[in-house]
Design a protein around this ligand. Sequence first.
Ligand code: SF4
Length: 308
Amino acid sequence: MATRPESNLEELQHKVRELKEKLNAVVVAHNYQRPEVQDVADFVGDSLELARRCADMEAETVVFCGVRFMAETAAILNPSSTVLLSHPTAGCPLADMISITDLAEWKAKYPEATVVAYINTTAAIKADSHICCTSANGVRVVESVPAGEILFIPDQHLGHYVSTKTKKRMILYPGFCVTHTRLNEEQVKLAKQHHPEAEVLVHPECRAEVIALADAALSTSQMIRHAKESSAKSFLIGTEEGILHPLRKANPGKTFHLIANSLICPDMKKTGLETVIKTMELKQTTVTVPEEIRAKARQAIDRMLATA
Ligand code: SF4
């Protein structure tokens, strides 16, 4: 990935700040966004933190630097704001792995099961689910559901990780994150050989055998908190490389190494300062959710937020 001269970045960041004022806009960015995008955002966080922020916002316009399902979540939680997605085709392959028809078939197969949907799903899938969860609260959400049988969609690895922490019977839909599943045992072992002193933190979207080699499986914001509190000075990180920026910012005296260079989400990287500027200047790409779907999806998200 080509690096841009500092001065050019500053000019572009200045332009974004001017546009924010002009549009009375709030810019939010996921922890996986490029560092220069995170640095112009009003809030940076993981899906759970951003969902909470969006629910409380009063901005005329929310510019969501992330992928489509995240902007949809903002539109579900804040219907009075105009929600703009920072790149028109930034999607999430994991979210696209389950369709309404797929979900209907799985529900018919397991009629007793309660559907728990990872936040990485489309608005329509959320609307057809009982409750949402994120990688930060999956165990708590599953435990909060009265039913003994859970149909967990769409990420099999997060679902498997949660299943190791609960006695509930979990039926796992076979979706996966293309970025996190690239990480394998050999890469973790090799990184541990190079940095034997480092604490190993991975995301629960990783394969079970990768999680088994780690010291902890944490959401991105949990990683930032954990690194601050840990006595370790060096860390091996098994999640999308954008997280290195907030980790280093929050922990100036500590060292962070990405376990493998392949931990890059191409959709998250579609957004750059130029696309943010274009989004704001042209007031594109507006993300809306039909009211009937929005109201039902909101219930599933509100149930999740109530478990906190
Ligand atoms: Fe989707 Fe994985 Fe990219 Fe996250 S990192 S947006 S789950 S593809």
